[in-house]
Design a protein around this ligand. Sequence first.
Ligand code: PLP
Length: 408
Amino acid sequence: MNTNRDTLSLYNENILGNYAWAPVSMVRGERSRIWDESGKCYLDFAGGIAVNALGHSHPHWVKRVQEQAATLVHCSNAFRHQNQGLLAEKLVQRAGPGKVLFCNSGTEANEALIKLARLHGQSLAGKEGVRYKIICAEKAFHGRTFGGMAATPQEKIQGGFRPMLDGFSFGKLNDLESFDALIDDQTCAIFVETIQGEGGVHAANAEFLHGLRMLCDKHDLLLILDEVQCGAGRTGRYYAFEHSGVRPDAIGMAKGIGGGFPMGAIWVADKFTGLFKPGSHGSTFAGSPLGCAAGLAVMEIIEQEDLLGQVTRQSGPWIEALKAVVARHPEHCTAVRGLGYMVALAMVHDPLPYITQLRDNGLLSMRAGDNAIRLLPALNATSEELAEAVAIIDRTLSTFTPPSAPAV
Ligand code: PLP
């Protein structure tokens, strides 16, 4: 709907000033392209912060959602419906023997996982509140509810909201000893992102994940992986932890799983499914017929279009091309990090002016951490679109005067 009202005024007058909006208002999307109110078209490698797994308005996703909207949108978890069972089955098939619980966002998934960890601690100690501590990673981002914030050791997230939920401590990613040193007889879980997204695109390496698995087995801790950003096929495997061969006890997911529909879920391994009893947790909206239809559409397209294979085949050459650009512009960038379609350019200077310039030149990207430009193409981005993004970055860096402030 276009009412011809001025979007900026509507926002300024009615929306809390919580976000730093870019000075463009979006109206339409198709695959990897998005158009603003002025008619300008962008190549969308911001991907709604890793949500738009299929790009915009994939015809099969649209059909599925439209048909479901006309059939049954919501019935609450007081009743069963087939879509929830079918989507859970698909998530379980990919994660391993276990069960799924739906929610509506990443932070809600993590909230449910923190509750799972506490229940696990209680089951070990035989008493509530004795084993409750959770070890997370420095630079983590797990969301903005009180559980998510407590697991996110960043002043910009926690500032203004203290006191935090008790019991969280932080080891260094890929430094097993730093995690080992934090374990005590009150610890119940280790909880890390398989690949840190907001923190700057830093992957937990396979050796570290295996080490965490070993520590968790030794001390009866849950190994919980946050796959909210790196899951749903983004790295060329449905779950990013599959690259390592490590089996977690529980997983948090969201973002891409609904392909734009707000959805989250946790998967819990068979051994721990008994921790949640009727009433342990719940959400009015979670796992609705409509949301699960959207999630099933994403899964069907990933399978029918072999998108995991496509990400695997195309991401290697794409990352190599990005590395060549970085090598040509050492005054601007130092490295390419990441895996599959979750990639960051490490910048010498504050990345924001670059992100603005890239946007003006037709490419949407996201900031990550203090110094990185993050690229999150849709899983069905074509090789031509990947090459176009590389060309825009190369051209932008060739003509850009570095800002004076170095990246922190
Ligand atoms: N966990 C990770 C790894 C994330 O990247 C995010 C969001 O960026 C979240 C949790 C929070 O997800 P949401 O914004 O859907 O609550």
